[in-house]
Design a protein around this ligand. Structure first.
Ligand SMILES: Cc1cc2nc3c(=O)[nH]c(=O)nc-3n(C[C@H](O)[C@H](O)[C@H](O)COP(=O)(O)OP(=O)(O)OC[C@H]3O[C@@H](n4cnc5c(N)ncnc54)[C@H](O)[C@@H]3O)c2cc1C
Length: 444
């Protein structure tokens, strides 16, 4: 998303661009796989109304973004059973939600009080939260993890049973791995202020395709860059299998870890800042089924880590995007994160699928029917976690250090607020900086 966004913005300015993409398709962590008539979003699939940059570019590309009226009814597993939650916007649903919170004692009166205090705190600090501009959140990014922040200011019951599972659902990591500023933004925009998610007509892949089309013939897939060549304080170009490709400027739009590998000659200040970036790991297992194993209308179920379940959650993608699944069928997306995802990485795809299927059967007897298909996708670097202090370090690096390497620009979700939107924003920002350096007299 960052690389395509940068190429798109540079081409709009009339610059000559080449995109080197290691994989056989553009899109990176947004990808769609077609299996037996099911369209599986194996990477990012939820766009929000707060994704201003995505909305702006989608409008330019003529890709309509549709509001997805997701039924967010679902269940949380605790004490041997599922407790339904009801997240619709009808007053009846709100009453049901309140009743469940009280009756199944997910939270004690103290925990409910903590929830209330947290909500009030987020409301009060919402002006500091942004999905567009990490620099607005620097006051909150003082080195603390989300877990420490919430435990010290709000309370551990809320942290364990509400904040943690919700945050993990978006970041695929536990709250002690996520920076406080980023966690607050994620919960505010993806949870409390979300409104209805947006979906590009035709799915997330359609947005990538439109963006790639707009980049024209400049994209070279299956062409990994081996090294970014930096000489005498400036970039000379990149090395691919075919040799050195000289360039006036290079925008490196990979993960931070790949950037460190590709440019070993970066000054220490830049390397230190990039070295602070961490990522979550997850394994997603998709099962095509003849019908949903969930109770009627449920979209998802959550297993807080304290339950000991292998997975963090399961959802039925057919509820989010019915047009991607053959009529009446279900596409169950099982999410395994952290250490449990690491355990699965030691297994073959087939073994991992069977292991996850066996686990789901403990909770949903309907899963005993053989799935129509099983697909296993592992992401070793799933979502940038913006650990405490990372945003501040990158902000300083961008302002002070990056200019010391003439012609080099960095883009990627980690340079923005981690999300599809942050990645795209970082690409447009890098393109603007790059264009300004190449055409200093032209306003962007
Ligand atoms: C399972 C999953 C679900 C997610 N869900 C959501 C969601 O619902 N909403 C949301 O906002 N975000 C979500 N995210 C996060 C979101 O996908 C990312 O923040 C965003 O797509 C990152 O974009 P990027 O351009 O920074 O990086 P990437 O998409 O990782 O792109 C980097 C590109 O660089 C290429 N590359 C790497 N090394 C080289 C090399 N040496 N030479 C050439 N090319 C190279 C890679 O192949 C890749 O195409 C999800 C992520 C995952 C994994």
């Amino acid at each position: 998303m960052a690389g395509l966004g940068a190429a798109y913005a540079l081409r709009k300015r009339g610059l000559d661009v080449t995109v080197f993409e290691a994989s056989s398709r553009p899109g990176g962590r947004i990808a769609v796989e077609e299996v037996h008539g099911f369209g599986i979003d194996i990477g990012a699939n939820i766009f929000l109304e707060a994704f201003d940059t995505v909305r702006e570019v989608a409008a330019e590309l003529g890709v309509p973004l549709e509001r997805t009226r997701v039924p967010i009814h679902g269940g949380v597993y605790r004490n041997g059973k599922f407790h339904g939650f009801y997240g619709g916007d009808h007053p009846r649903d709100q009453w049901k939600t309140a009743r469940t919170l009280l009756s199944f004692r997910l939270l004690s009166p103290r925990g409910l009080w903590q929830l209330l205090r947290f909500t009030r705190m987020l409301n009060a600090r919402s002006g500091e939260l942004s999905l567009e501009d990490p620099s607005r959140m620097l006051a909150l990014d003082d080195g603390e993890s989300a877990a420490d922040f919430v435990a010290s200011r709000i309370g551990s019951e809320f942290l364990d049973w509400f904040f943690g599972p919700n945050l993990s659902g978006y970041t695929f990591a536990h709250p002690d791995q996520v920076g406080a500023a980023y966690a607050m933004a994620v919960l505010w925009f993806f949870g409390l202020k979300a409104g209805w998610p947006l979906r590009p007509k035709g799915g997330a892949g359609a947005f990538v395709e439109a963006l790639a089309r707009a980049c024209g013939p400049s994209i070279r897939t299956s062409t990994p860059v081996r090294r970014i060549v930096i000489e005498d304080g400036g970039v000379r170009g990149v090395v691919t299998e075919a040799g050195l490709v000289e360039a006036d400027a290079v925008i490196c739009a990979t993960t931070a870890t790949a950037a460190l590998r590709l440019a070993p000659d970066l000054p220490a200040g830049i390397r230190d800042a990039l070295g602070r970036v961490t990522y979550s790991r997850c394994c997603r297992v998709f099962f095509g089924l003849d019908s949903s194993p969930f109770p009627q209308d449920w979209y998802a179920v959550t297993f807080p880590p304290q339950t000991g379940a292998l997975m963090l959650g399961m959802s039925n993608s057919a509820a989010l995007a019915p047009e991607t699944v053959p009529e009446g069928k279900a596409l169950i997306d099982v999410l395994v994160i952290g250490r449990r995802a690491e355990e699965l990485s030691a297994l073959s795809h087939e073994q991992a699928g069977l292991r996850v299927l066996a686990e789901t059967r403990k909770y949903f007897p309907a899963m005993t029917r053989e799935p129509l298909f099983t697909r296993v996708h592992r992401w070793d670097e799933a979502v940038c976690l913006a650990p405490g202090g990372m945003m501040s370090a990158l902000h300083r690096m961008r302002r002070q250090e990056l200019e010391s390497v003439k012609g080099l620009f960095l883009a990627g979700e980690y340079m923005g607020v981690p999300s599809v939107n942050g990645a795209l924003r970082s690409g447009l920002d890098a393109a603007a900086d790059c264009a300004a350096s190449l055409q200093p007299d032209e306003s962007p």
